[in-house]
Design a protein around this ligand. Structure first.
Ligand code: 5RP
Length: 233
């Protein structure tokens, strides 16, 4: 049974479809994760099926890898010296300087690895993601399970209210990343100095990665209704 897409879903679709114009034949493409990256993966698969494009790709999550296989995109594993021509990924928040909060879908570690190994990171987003200042969306962290109590203490000292991510249907069930780590969502409120916060978070042992993506995005496609705004870094 098909349901009518919501305005937000239509915006995700519009941004994702527009991203196809950034893809060139023969590119090595990084595939993001989430409900905006997914329609991009489907559109890319369709462009491959009709012979418009031929690309290879690496996915930022098992979910995106599964979808890529389903739609016929050939996947290559990580290798030394690998650089992506383009990575297309979603975001939970993006500010006017294209600083991002990512990790709402729990894939922040692989997403940051691919973003850093990419020559061009293109963000696709619906209009709700564009914010004047980062911080309304709780900042996701990926944390080694053994280190959890101390990481919780350390981020609380930095002013956050950390919450371990659990299943929506079973609060006793922790959500794990593809690496088997815990995800912790940190409510900092407005983040006035993202760079300073990123530096502080990086010093906490057992905190594998945080969802602040600073200086990584080259451009963003933000859909407002049917119009797609291009924001360059
Ligand atoms: C996953 C992410 C996603 O890109 C982010 O959560 C946005 O997701 P969506 O497009 O579903 O709103 O960072 O780890």
């Amino acid at each position: 049974m098909s349901t009518t897409p919501t305005p937000q879903e239509l915006e995700k679709q519009a941004a994702a479809t527009a991203a196809l114009r950034w893809v060139r034949d023969g590119m090595l493409v990084g595939l993001g994760t989430g409900s905006t990256a997914a329609p991009f993966i489907r559109a890319l698969g369709e462009a491959m099926r009709t012979g418009q494009l031929r690309v290879q790709a690496t996915a930022t999550s098992e979910a995106s890898a599964t979808l890529a296989r389903e739609v016929g995109i050939p996947l290559v594993p990580p290798q030394r010296g690998m650089r992506f021509d383009l990575t297309v990924d979603g975001a939970d928040e993006l500010d006017p300087q294209l600083r991002l909060i990512k990790g709402g879908g729990g894939a922040l570690l692989r997403e940051k690895v691919l973003a850093t190994a990419s020559n061009y990171l293109l963000i696709v987003a619906d209009s709700s993601k564009a914010v004047p200042q980062l911080g309304k969306f709780p900042l996701p962290l990926e944390v080694v399970p053994f280190a959890l109590p101390w990481v919780m203490d350390a981020v609380a000292e930095l002013g956050a209210n950390p919450v371990v991510r659990v299943s929506k249907t079973d609060a006793a069930q922790h959500i794990l990343s593809d690496q088997g780590n815990l995800l912790v969502d940190c409510h900092f409120g407005q983040i006035n100095d993202p760079k300073q916060l990123a530096t502080q978070l990086k010093t906490i042992p057992g905190l594998v990665e945080h969802g602040l993506f600073l200086g990584l995005a080259n451009a963003a496609l933000v859909a407002h209704g049917e119009q797609v705004q291009v924001i360059q870094a």
